[in-house]
Every structure is written in structure tokens, then in C-alpha cells.
Design a protein around this ligand. Structure first.
Ligand SMILES: Nc1ncnc2c1ncn2[C@@H]1O[C@H](COP(=O)(O)OP(=O)(O)O)[C@@H](O)[C@H]1O
Ligand SMILES: [Mg+2]
Length: 340
């Protein structure tokens, strides 16, 4: 099997129109601080632009708390954006009402990080998987509904006797398969996969990765694949966006990023992972400390307090724009002193 990341950047099928287009998206949360103090603004997502073509995977990677989940949920309009624009298959859904969103909801689904809390414990697997089909009226009668649910279970690798059982009777990996069947049930064109592996044993992770890739190929589904693990994202994705404190700091084709990581943060992201290549190892820098709070982001480049290449008077003052490394390049970096 070859990873889709091995293919070049650009539209998956030559079609010019992205399935999902996000422009300068910002999501702030007002964080209350008691009765008499003003709420503070938490900038969870700040000025993010991205696009996903039909059938391709855009990987979104960054440390915990950098805004990945917020971004994923906002593009699906499970959260309301503060600024910016979200276009799904040509429909501007930025301010769409729930009623206007309803027909589009079927086409964009989510697989959650935690298969333990994302399945209703009082519903059988059959009802969990059937719910979307029923809500969207995708089966004409009970027999068709049952047949669909059964074939979905088979596709995600669950046995038929799972139908009448409850989520607590399954392992983490099996529950994630149920969550995937639920998303798949309504034939979506886009699935936001929000760290679908991080609650699973390492031994199970590869199975779920391969299942997702197989389903994607069969149904030509686009993924926004979220993870804190750069290597998983590189394996899964055609293109990658690296996030730090609410912003995209580097974006490139997966293969390109594998060969050349220009942003000091992207390099640091790998420092905890053992890699056999000593040449790569030498280039590593260590990421120390926690990311700063999005309630009090540092001035200038948000990464500068942790960055070995930070230039006083510049990186701590100005915010580097996300710019092409060379004119026409799809490799873009937000850094005043990127690695060559
Ligand atoms: N509903 C919310 N209200 C206030 N702050 C939130 C809310 N959801 C997320 N945050 C904050 O937004 C930031 C980004 O969170 P999140 O999107 O969950 O990051 P990630 O998925 O990358 O771990 C964090 O600082 C988090 O505490
Ligand atoms: Mg998250």
C-alpha cells in the first residue's frame, strides 16, 4: 500500500474547485472571570486559511491546545466562527442557519478523538449507526436501513453480532470502528478526523489508519486529519498544515515537508520521536516547556520564546506572515529565520 501522501500536491482529480475552503478563519472564546471582571478573549484559532480538495487528505498537526479541535469543529459549523469565511462545495456556510445547513450536514461528518465519550452508551450499535441514515431519510424502509447498517459494520470490520450490543461491550479500537461507521453511514464527502488514534493502543492505531485509508479510497472521501503526531500525519496526508497557538506556521505537500522542514517549530515537533536517520537527527532541536497560553499570546511570533533562532527586536515584535518560500512554491512558512 502506498500512502496518499506520496502523491504530489494539488487537486486530487484535476478539479479546480476545493470541497472545503476556509479563509482567514478566527475563533475566539470569551472566558468568564467572575461577576465583576470583564471576560477575556481566548484566541483559539487565529487567521487560518486552508482548503481541501475532493478525495484528498489535509493533515493538521500541532501540540495539544493549539486549536486543532476548535478549527475542525468550526469548519463544520459545530462552532460559530468569530471572523473569516467557510465555503463548502461552493456554499458559503459562514453564517448559514441550522436549517440551511441541514442538507449539507450529511455531506460533512466528524470522527471524534475519544471513542469512549462520543458514543451514546444507551444506544445499540445498530441505532448509533442507523441514526444518520434515518435523520437524513436515506433508506426507504426498515429492510433497506438494516441492510445498510449491516454492510457498514462489515466495511469497518465489525461482526454482525455487534448490532444489538452497546458501546461499553467493545474495546477502544472497536468503538472507534463504530464511530467511523456512524460517520460513513450518510456517505459524506468530507470527514474531520479529530485525533482518531490518540485514545487507542499503538498496536491498534495502524489498523485504524489502514481502515481510514481504505474507506477513503473506496468512497473518495476528503479528510481533514487532525493529530499531534507529525509522522502519522505525514503517512496519512497529501498536504500538511502545522499549527502553533492558533495559527498555521508551515504548510506544504507531505512529501515536501518530509524532506524539508523549514519552520523551527516543525523541526521541534519531531524531536521526541526516534528516527533512525542520523542526518535528520543532527538537525533536531528540542522543544522545551509548554506552549504559551492563547489568553496571553506572546508579542510577535508566538513561537519566539521557545525558538533557538529567535532574533531579539524582530521575532518578539512582528508577526511573520505565512509566505511562499519561493515565488510559486506551495511550501509556505511563517518565520523570519526559517531553516534552509
Ligand atoms: N469552549 C471553549 N471555551 C473556552 N476555551 C476553549 C473552548 N474550547 C477550547 N478552548 C481553548 O482553546 C484552545 C484550543 O483548544 P483545542 O481546539 O481543543 O486545541 P487542540 O485540539 O489542538 O488540543 C485551548 O486553549 C482551549 O483551552
Ligand atoms: Mg483536540
Amino acid at each position: 500500500m502506498t500512502a496518499p501522501g506520496a502523491s504530489p500536491a494539488g487537486p486530487a482529480d484535476g478539479r479546480a474547485q476545493p470541497l472545503l475552503q476556509v479563509e482567514r478563519l478566527t475563533k475566539h472564546f470569551a472566558v468568564e472571570r467572575g461577576l465583576f471582571r470583564k471576560a477575556r478573549l481566548l484566541r483559539a484559532v487565529d487567521d487560518v486559511s486552508l482548503h481541501v480538495y475532493p478525495g484528498e487528505t489535509l493533515g493538521l498537526v500541532g501540540e495539544s491546545g493549539c486549536g486543532k479541535t476548535t478549527l475542525g469543529r468550526t469548519v463544520l459549523r459545530l462552532l460559530d466562527p468569530t471572523h473569516g469565511r467557510i465555503v463548502f462545495d461552493g456554499h458559503d456556510i459562514t453564517d448559514a442557519t441550522e436549517r440551511a445547513l441541514r442538507p449539507l450536514r450529511r455531506r460533512m461528518q466528524i470522527v471524534f478523538q475519544d471513542p469512549y465519550s462520543s458514543l451514546n452508551p444507551r444506544m445499540t450499535v445498530r441505532d448509533i449507526v442507523a441514526e444518520g441514515i434515518r435523520v437524513h431519510g436515506l433508506a426507504k424502509d426498515r429492510a433497506e436501513l438494516d441492510a445498510r447498517v449491516e454492510s457498514l459494520l462489515e466495511r469497518v470490520g465489525l461482526r454482525r453480532d455487534a448490532l444489538q450490543r452497546y458501546p461499553h461491550e467493545f474495546s477502544g479500537g472497536q468503538r472507534q470502528r463504530i464511530g467511523i461507521a456512524r460517520a460513513l453511514a450518510v456517505s459524506p464527502e468530507l470527514i474531520v478526523c479529530d485525533e482518531p488514534l490518540s485514545a487507542l493502543d499503538v498496536s491498534i492505531q495502524a489498523q485504524i489508519v489502514n481502515l481510514l485509508l481504505e474507506l477513503q479510497e473506496q468512497d473518495r472521501i476528503a479528510f481533514l486529519f487532525i493529530s499531534h503526531d507529525l509522522e502519522v500525519v505525514e503517512y496519512m496526508s497529501r498536504r500538511i498544515a502545522v499549527m502553533y497557538l492558533g495559527r498555521i506556521v508551515e504548510t506544504a505537500a507531505a512529501r515536501e515537508l518530509w524532506e524539508r522542514r523549514h519552520h523551527p517549530y516543525t523541526r521541534a515537533l519531531l524531536s521526541a520521536v526516534p528516527v533512525p536517520d542520523p542526518a535528520r537527527k543532527r538537525l533536531r532541536i528540542l522543544l522545551e516547556g509548554d506552549p504559551p497560553s492563547p489568553l496571553e499570546p506572546p508579542n510577535g511570533c508566538a513561537f519566539h520564546p521557545r525558538c533557538p533562532r529567535s532574533e531579539p527586536g524582530r521575532c518578539d515584535r512582528d508577526t511573520p506572515p505565512l509566505e511562499e518560500l519561493a515565488p510559486g512554491s506551495r511550501h509556505r512558512v511563517a518565520c523570519f529565520h526559517p531553516f534552509e
